[in-house]
Design a protein around this ligand. Structure first.
Ligand code: ARG
Length: 575
């Protein structure tokens, strides 16, 4: 149980003892003078009971078991209960976190099988900035859930099927005939563009392409081989990009649209049989009363076109069924941009109506907004093209090289390379992770590569600063002895925030909102910085105080490192 839960439980028990079952609403306090946490539920509870709130607060407090956790409580304003934690208890929690390799974080009693659907680029296209958010935020979620011990299944729902493959195969064939060995696929983007151009301009080519679609769908060997080539080349490029980005997706996590092919006709037939799908103008359609168009008529979701083709929706219905039946998912998180929200809702509703999945399966669309340029418009190149992810990362490397070389000219060779890479990739990722994912955000090089503010370099640097103290002291965390003492306000403020790592991680795991973790780590780095300014660590007479402060420093480093790991951001030993 994390602290917030523990305090909620204590207050709730006291409330029950005085006849209220209302929510205690325990939250961290916004200001030190309001204590560490406050219970905000008394006012609503008092209203229900017909009592003056402060009077109810008195009664609740009288019943409250402080234990060794709570130092004191105070009633404030109309009936808030301010909770002050006991210093020795805080120190003891810090000790536990320091000793435990999971930082004493509360692990779920029953781990779940969680499918995380993220990244999902398309075959024969290069990854562009549009895939960045899903890839980065999804991977952070994966890391947090794995840390907690859940059985996490990474599902890379790659767009590897559809009518465009006729044209791509025909074009690949043409390229192969023309340059024997040269695959001409190294530049996927122009490959796709050329294929499309040819399809639009050359009737004979278009005819061939259409023919290949039919053959591919019919399982023709030649077409399948060509298709596989396209998939393999694209995925090997994507895997290289994931590696560059320090994203945990591997080839084995690829679960492209094509794997659901054989399920599609069965599903369409089944939905018809259940009376959910009907024929409409030659197509097969599911009408959903829950979605109305402007005319107030139910929206029809097409699951099979009149030419027999299946759609993105049909595949996602099959995919959902598969994730439940074959992967035994308890929870599925979709990291897909907000424009696909209605699509997902329709898929889920159809699958639920058809009883493909039980009520207990939790489906969550962890949507996100767009990346904008400094002008507030969608982030594009000057000529209006989408920005390729690899070009973006190249630029990050260049900028980070200049930055690090100016900050620390002594760094050279491999050491410089390691720092530059950590800062470059870390900055791009952190800029994304630190913004609330549901909103659009402005991509701004200067902000993200700054050593001040809530940025990757600031946190990475804060980490190296703590390490340098240990280097100077010629000690490691495991050699520290004695107790943590919290006599100074700055020591206490840092220690009290350190114990909230547990509930922060829980919030990220529940809501898939890594910006909460970023804000927390930034707080820790800032609190450490003012602690370090006010409380000398090595130049202090008392050995006991020195040890205690080193312990706080060690836990700070451990928390920063673990937190940055959860975000997929690398740390270095010195910068
Ligand atoms: N490939 C799709 C795109 O680029 C995203 C797929 C997301 N996942 C899903 N299950 N629909 O837009």
């Amino acid at each position: 149980m994390n602290i917030q839960q523990l305090l909620s439980q204590k207050i709730s028990q006291a409330m029950v003892a005085v006849g209220s079952n209302a929510d205690a609403l325990v939250k961290p306090s916004a200001k030190v003078q309001f204590g560490d946490y406050q219970a905000n539920g008394i006012m609503a509870a008092a209203k229900k009971l017909g009592l003056p709130p402060r009077q109810l607060a008195e009664k609740v407090i009288a019943q409250l078991d402080l234990g060794d956790v709570i130092e004191k409580v105070e009633i404030a304003g109309p009936g808030f209960i301010n909770i002050f934690l006991n210093n020795s208890w805080i120190a003891a929690q810090n000790e536990l976190a320091l000793q435990n390799d999971k930082l004493n974080i509360t692990l779920p009693e029953v781990p779940q099988t969680v499918v995380v659907d993220y990244s999902a680029p398309n075959v024969a296209k290069e990854m562009h900035v549009g895939h960045l958010r899903s890839t980065i935020i999804g991977d952070s979620s994966v890391r947090v859930l794995s840390f907690l011990g859940h059985n996490v299944i990474r599902a890379n729902h790659v767009g590897d099927w559809g009518t465009q493959f006729g044209m791509l195969i025909a074009y690949l064939e043409k390229m192969q005939n023309e340059h024997a060995n040269d695959m001409a696929l190294s530049d996927l983007e122009s490959f796709y563009r050329q294929a499309k151009k040819m399809y639009d301009e050359d009737a004979e080519f278009a005819e061939k392409a259409r023919n290949y679609v039919v053959k591919l769908q019919g399982g023709d060997e030649y077409c399948l081989t060509m298709w596989r080539k396209l998939v393999d080349i694209t995925m090997s490029q994507n895997i290289a990009t994931y590696k560059r980005l320090n994203v945990t997706l591997s080839l084995a996590d690829t679960m492209g649209e094509s794997i659901y092919n054989s399920m599609l006709p069965v599903i369409v037939a089944d939905l018809k049989q259940r009376g959910l799908a009907v024929e409409s103008n030659g197509a097969t359609v599911v009408f959903l009363d829950e979605f109305m168009n402007k005319e107030g008529e139910p929206i029809g979701v097409i699951i099979q076109k009149s030419d027999g083709g299946y759609l993105y929706t049909t595949t996602d219905i099959a995919c959902l069924k598969y994730r439940y039946e074959n992967l035994h998912a308890d929870r599925i998180l979709y990291y897909i941009d907000s424009r696909q929200h209605q699509h997902l809702e329709q898929v889920w509703m159809i699958a639920r109506k058809a009883d493909y999945i039980p009520e207990s399966l939790k489906l969550e669309h962890h949507m996100f907004g767009m990346m904008l340029g400094k002008d507030g418009r969608p982030f594009k190149t000057r000529s209006g093209d989408t920005i390729k992810l690899n070009d973006l990362l190249d630029e990050a490397m260049q900028r980070a090289t200049a930055l690090i070389q100016s900050k620390n000219p002594q760094l050279t060779g491999d050491e410089l390379k390691e720092v530059v890479e950590a800062v470059a990739i870390g900055s791009v990722k952190y800029a994304d992770l630190s913004k609330k994912r549901t909103t659009d955000y402005v991509f701004d090089w200067d902000n993200m590569l700054s050593f001040e503010g809530n940025t990757a370099p600031y946190l990475q640097y804060a980490y190296t600063r703590v390490l340098s103290i240990f280097k100077k002291a010629d000690l490691t965390a495991s050699q520290l002895t004695g107790k943590i003492l919290l006599d100074d306000d700055k020591e206490r403020a840092l220690a009290a925030r350190l114990i909230q790592f547990d509930e922060t991680v829980a919030a990220v795991a529940n809501e898939g909102m890594p910006h909460l973790l970023c804000a927390y780590l930034y707080d820790i780095a800032t609190l450490f910085s003012s602690f370090y300014e006010h409380c000398p660590i090595l130049n202090v007479e008392s050995e006991a105080v020195k040890m205690s402060r080193l312990k706080l420093a060690a836990l700070t480093a451990k928390t920063l490192k673990t937190g940055l790991d959860m975000l997929g951001i690398k740390t270095v030993e010195k910068m």
